[in-house]
Design a protein around this ligand. Structure first.
Ligand code: FES
Length: 145
């Protein structure tokens, strides 16, 4: 019985402590959350624009928010003149990893195809590849997230 009373007392104490978290601690936790960081739009360097060949997909790794964490994921950069487009490498059919192929992307899982703009071009895919925000600053490619 004593241990039951002690356990309840400890639980009450923990609950009281959790409710008493000062607003500053709460704000800090929110600021550390990946989605909150994303809201501030962190741009990450993805290499020199000159390292990209026009019309040739180049793989790169980017970070995406996944709950309280971030995880690395493969993407592709495509140079378009002085600009750049970035795609997620995740097939919009059932999520397999797409690969560069003649004229665009190929998904090996169900023979899905996307053109170089990421639009569906064959197989069971109906939605375009997701894009990652990308920009060029001072000759460097930067991607969001
Ligand atoms: S998962 Fe890509 S075509 Fe099915």
């Amino acid at each position: 019985v004593d241990s039951e009373v002690d356990r309840r007392r400890v639980l009450r104490g923990l609950c009281a402590a959790a409710l008493a978290l000062p607003p500053a601690v709460h704000a800090l936790l929110v600021a550390l959350h990946p989605l909150a960081r994303g809201a501030r739009r962190a741009w990450r360097d993805a290499g020199a624009l000159d390292a990209l060949e026009e019309g040739v997909l180049k793989p790169f790794t980017h970070e995406i928010a996944a709950g309280w964490e971030t995880r690395k994921e493969l993407g592709f950069l495509l140079r378009r003149g002085g600009g750049v487009v970035a795609f997620r490498a995740r097939c919009t059919h059932l999520g397999c990893r797409v690969r560069p192929a003649e004229g665009g992307f190929h998904c090996p899982c169900h023979d899905g195809r996307f053109d170089l703009d990421g639009r569906p071009a064959g197989g069971p895919v109906t939605r375009p590849l997701e894009r990652i925000e990308a920009r060029v600053r001072d000759g460097r490619v930067e991607v969001s997230g």
